[in-house]
Design a protein around this ligand. Structure first.
Ligand code: DAH
Length: 362
């Protein structure tokens, strides 16, 4: 039996209360009832001075011990309750990432056909071992024309309507008219063997149903000691088959002219109209899909490559045109109208990521 039953009874009572506690609010009530201004322990403390001299020391020590014990217990209980609250919150917030996605939000945004087709093209050429290269949209005459064997006086400069930017004479800034300058930048930067494609925006002052001032191209470039026309033809054939997702494709290589290739050729693929659908790969009509050729020796010399040691082939294709052919849009201008109805109709679902193993398109 304790010398001071008041103290021991209070200890038992408070410890039991603390032990039974369910919430932080309840705990605070206990704290106030014990340690507050009018609390039970506080009034015992006030009683110390009224004790007789003989018991005062013991009594004081025990009340203070009780105060420390209860303060500590309350603190321990408080942090346990706080921890339990956090754990509960976390468990309620759990997201099961293994659950199947609900479609609702995914359907709200669509991938633009240009982005989708660019990804399809990248997927095909990556599979053949091509790397992706990039160059700036704002080019200079040197990379866009001169290095590609198109000097100032060359009639090919008049073949396209260039957007020039205000600037210095001699090497004016311009919006690149094709992705071919990326060939130059890549050959200046890398040692052969080179195998790259360069997708990107290109610009010409032109606008009608099949032309917009900004459009998209993919450049291809292979430089190696024995790069040849056979490889070029194989690459393009494999590309067209994979892109249009057909087993066989009838192709025609036509002699053409580009200042940066010699010989130059244009590639047509056979096609046929069936009611409103265009069948690609067979038929009696021809569709021009890309320009290509063997890299001109002068272009190799311009980037300090020895044409007797290295050969190359290159090609350039219009992404927008390929998208129109594959997915049946008739007016290129609508690609850039930002009309949500058009985007919802022609756009792709966010998770339809082009992959050769799964099938390029659904
Ligand atoms: N740069 C050409 C154009 O925009 C396309 C082109 C043709 C690119 C032949 C090439 C090529 O790399 O070899 O019309």
């Amino acid at each position: 039996m304790s010398k001071f039953p008041d103290i021991s009874n209070l200890r038992v009572k408070l410890l039991k209360e603390i032990n039974d506690i369910k919430s932080l609010d309840q705990l605070d009530n206990i704290r106030v009832s014990a340690l507050g201004k009018k609390g039970a322990i506080t009034s015992l403390l006030k009683n110390i001075s009224s004790q007789t001299i003989e018991v005062r020391k013991d009594f004081g020590e025990q009340v203070n011990a009780l105060k420390r014990q209860i303060t500590d217990e309350i603190e321990i209980c408080k942090s346990a309750l706080q921890q339990a609250e956090i754990t509960k919150k976390i468990s309620q917030d759990v997201i099961d990432v293994t659950l199947p996605l609900t479609n609702t939000n995914l359907e709200n945004g669509k991938i633009h056909p240009i982005s989708q087709v660019t990804e399809e093209i990248i997927e095909i050429f990556s599979d053949m071992g091509f790397n992706i290269a990039e160059g700036p949209d704002i080019e200079d005459e040197h990379h866009n024309f001169n290095s590609l064997n198109i000097p100032e006086s060359h009639p090919a400069r008049q073949m396209v309507d260039t957007f020039y930017l205000p600037g210095k004479d001699g090497n004016s800034r311009l919006l690149r008219t094709h992705t071919s300058p990326v060939q130059i930048r890549t050959m200046m930067r890398e040692e052969p063997p080179i195998r790259i494609i360069a997708p990107g925006r290109t610009y010409r002052s032109d606008s009608d149903q099949t032309h917009t001032p900004m459009f998209h191209q993919v450049e291809g470039l292979v430089i190696d000691q024995d790069a040849n026309m056979g490889q070029l033809k194989w690459c393009l054939e494999e590309f067209c088959k994979a892109f249009f997702e057909v087993e066989n494709i009838k192709m025609r290589l036509r002699p053409s002219y580009f200042p940066f290739t010699e010989p130059s050729l244009e590639v047509d693929i056979a096609c046929q109209k069936d009611k409103n659908r265009l069948i690609v790969g067979e038929g009696s009509d021809w569709l021009e899909v890309l320009g290509s050729g063997m890299v001109h020796p002068q272009v190799l010399r311009n980037v300090n490559l020895d044409p007797s040691k290295y050969k190359g082939f290159a090609f350039g294709l219009g992404i927008d045109r390929l998208a129109m052919l594959k997915y049946g849009m008739t007016d290129l201008r609508s690609f850039f109208d930002s009309d949500l109805r058009w985007l919802r109709h022609y756009g792709f679902r966010a998770l339809d990521i082009p992959s050769l193993s799964r099938g390029l398109s659904e």
